[in-house]
Each structure stands twice: as C-alpha cells, then as structure tokens.
Design a protein around this ligand. Structure first.
Ligand code: SF4
Ligand code: SF4
Length: 373
C-alpha cells in the first residue's frame, strides 16, 4: 500500500481509524475548530480527532439546533446524537464563532462522552493582556485533562508534542509548496485528503508517513497526465470537506495553489517555540498565525493576508467557499472583496452545505469565472 492511500483511507473512514487508535488504549477527543490546542491533548497521551459534518440526512440535530445554523455544526451534532461518534471519549469546544459556542452547551446537555471542555479563548489576540488571559485558559484546559486522566502533563511531554506537531506542520507546508510550484505532482483532491488525514491519524508516526509521502510525490508516483495550462487559484473560507470540489475545479481549468481554510493552511501554519513557558508558546502561535474571522487582530488583517497569498503564489483569482449560514465569513466578505478589487484580483463566492450544489451548476460557475481570468 502506498503512503497516499493511508491518508485517503483515514480521511474517508475517520471512525475506523479512531477505533484502531482507541484499541491501543488511547482516549479519543473530538474537536471541530482549528483553535483547539491539540498539542496539550497529545501530550496527555490522548488522541485528537477533527470532526466533520455528516453525509447523512439531518433529522435528530434539528431538535436542538435551528435549521439556519451551519451544516458543519448541525452535521456534527447529528452524528453525535445518532450514535455515529460513539468512538469518542470526549470533546473540546474552543470559543470561536457563535455557532460553536452554542453547540458546546447543547453538546454538554445532550451527549455523554465522558470528557467535555470549553476552552474560552479571548476574541482578540493583539494585546499583551489578551495573550496573558489566553495562557491562563490553556493552563486551565491542561489541568482539566490532568484531572480527567489522573496524570501530570509535564513540560517534557509538551516539548515532545511540540516537536511532533512542528514537524507535521513543516511537512504539510513543504507539500503545499510542492503543489504550488508543480501543481501536476498531486491532485487537489488527494492533497485535501492528506491534510484531512493528518487531523485523524496517529500523530507520533505522522512525520514519517509524511516524509515518505513527500518522497513518493517527488518521485512522480502521483503525477497527473492532465497537465494542461490551468488558472492558479486560492481557496478562502472556513472548512472544505468536499474532495469533488477540487476535481470539478481542475476539470473546469482551474487549480488550487494555496488556501485560507481552517482545514488547510490556517490549520498547520506556524511553529511552536521550544523554549520558555509551553502555554506561552502555544499562545504565541495562535496570535501570529493567519487569523480566522471569529478572532481579531486588526480590521484589515485577513484581507491583507489573502492579498499577500495571492501574490506570493502567483494566483489569478480567489474562490470564496462558504458554508451556508456561516456568519463570520459572510460578515468579512464585503470588506475583503473590496480590498481584492482595489488590487484587481477577481473573486467568486460559492456557498455549500454538507452536499455540493449539482455538478453541472458548479462546473458552469467555475468555467465562467475561469474564462474571465
Ligand atoms: S473558521 Fe474559525 S471558528 Fe470556524 S471552525 Fe475554522 S477556525 Fe474555527
Ligand atoms: S465558523 Fe462558520 S462553518 Fe465554522 S462552525 Fe462557525 S458558523 Fe460553522
């Protein structure tokens, strides 16, 4: 079996992958936002698994959440109350968007997975007092895990986790650089599966798997033959759990050469310093990485970061991929679009739910946009 198929399998069947890790004696902790301090969970000897929407019809979740909540929150809750997440031993909810904050209360009252934690992060990261507060919040989360597992999370175990996560993040960055320089080396669909796989697979062995995968990619094992000239695009939004999206885009003449997604580059951007206080080091990474719309560092930070990415990657346009009813991204869209227009960077906005719009409809929109570039 080649390395890529390991990632594809984990991405397609996260429950099976988590169950195997659980059988090794590890507790499985679910999370649905990239502001979850995974490194602390890992240092506690538990295993963090990112949760995604459901591919199933939403029936039970509608008893608890309004139908105008995003499909990610409704889908995760549907899976939880329908028994499809029974492999979890607990879940963590960082305070980010309103939907995740409210989902946290509903989850606490309607599920029984053992461990539950709210990580009440500050909204802004740009002041010393906010970073002090963030450090305290992370410390409290660490203590909650210690109490639940009856262990002590030492600075040594945190340092080891930082090293593993830093290596994983560096290798994912290298993969994205390879894709941007030589888009034909791996398809967008496969690259998305690799990133998703890293949110699910056992972390200790991930650096080795990623290292071997990069060697396979460089050797041309996954090089595609349809290497015709494609328009280089950046994808911006919250999550993208739609492998078909990349395939359809590539069939339409476009190619994703970078993203601003919390299931993409925002998830693995930045390293954690190995010196000084561990909680301070985690806080610093949160403060320094590209901000998501549920957090604040400045009024133009997201637009500036996106424009920089478009230029750095030599991209010709931006596709805003929004989950329907995702208010934080919808609120930011007008000002970011205006900033892009001032730089003559074209953009298109596409809203999706758990399912993509019909293929023909999406392809027509892609082709029209790509033709215009
Ligand atoms: S967009 Fe922001 S708040 Fe929403 S899931 Fe991603 S990191 Fe969390
Ligand atoms: S940021 Fe948007 S997509 Fe993510 S959980 Fe919040 S509302 Fe849903």
């Amino acid at each position: 079996m080649n390395e890529l198929s390991l990632f594809i399998q984990a991405a397609a069947h996260p429950d099976e992958c988590a169950a195997r890790i659980q059988n090794q004696g590890k507790k499985i902790i679910g999370y649905l936002c990239s502001y979850t301090p995974e490194e602390i969970i890992h240092a506690a000897g538990a295993h963090p698994v990112r949760l995604f929407g459901t591919g199933e019809t939403i029936l039970n979740a509608d008893r608890h959440l309004q139908s105008y909540c995003c499909s990610l929150a409704r889908g995760v809750l549907e899976n939880a109350v329908s028994g499809r997440l029974d492999f979890l031993d607990g879940a963590v909810f960082p305070h980010t968007c309103d939907t995740i904050q409210r989902l946290s209360d509903i989850w606490r009252l309607n599920t029984d997975f053992g461990f539950f934690a709210d990580v009440v992060l500050p909204v802004k990261f740009d002041t010393e007092s906010a970073r002090d507060y963030l450090r305290e919040v992370l410390e409290k989360f660490k203590e909650e895990l210690e109490r639940w597992l009856n262990i002590t999370i030492t600075d040594q175990s945190l340092g080891r986790s930082f090293e593993i996560y830093n290596t994983i993040r560096k290798k994912l960055t290298e993969l994205y650089e390879l894709k941007s320089e030589n888009p034909e080396l791996i398809s967008g669909r496969d690259l998305a599966a690799v990133v998703k796989g890293t949110m699910i697979m056992e972390r200790d062995s991930l650096p080795d798997h990623l290292g071997r995968l990069i060697a396979e990619i460089k050797s041309g094992l996954y090089t595609r033959s349809d290497t015709g000239k494609k328009k280089r695009l950046i994808l911006s939004g919250s999550i993208c759990d739609h492998p078909d999206f990349y395939e359809l885009l590539e069939k339409s003449g476009g190619i994703v050469v970078g993203d601003d997604l919390c299931t993409g580059e925002r998830f693995f951007e930045g390293e954690i310093e190995q010196t000084g206080s561990p909680m301070k080091a985690i806080s610093r990474r949160y403060a320094e990485r590209t901000i998501c719309p549920a957090k604040h560092v400045s009024e133009r930070a997201r637009g500036e970061a996106l424009i920089k990415k478009v230029k750095d990657r030599n991209a010709q346009g931006v596709i805003f991929l929004f989950v329907k009813f995702c208010d934080p991204h919808a609120f930011d869209y007008p000002y970011i679009k205006e900033m892009l227009e001032k730089e003559s960077i074209p953009g298109i906005m596409i809203e999706v739910e758990d399912q993509l719009p019909p293929e023909g409809q999406l392809k027509t929109r892609f082709e029209t946009f790509i033709h215009m570039l």
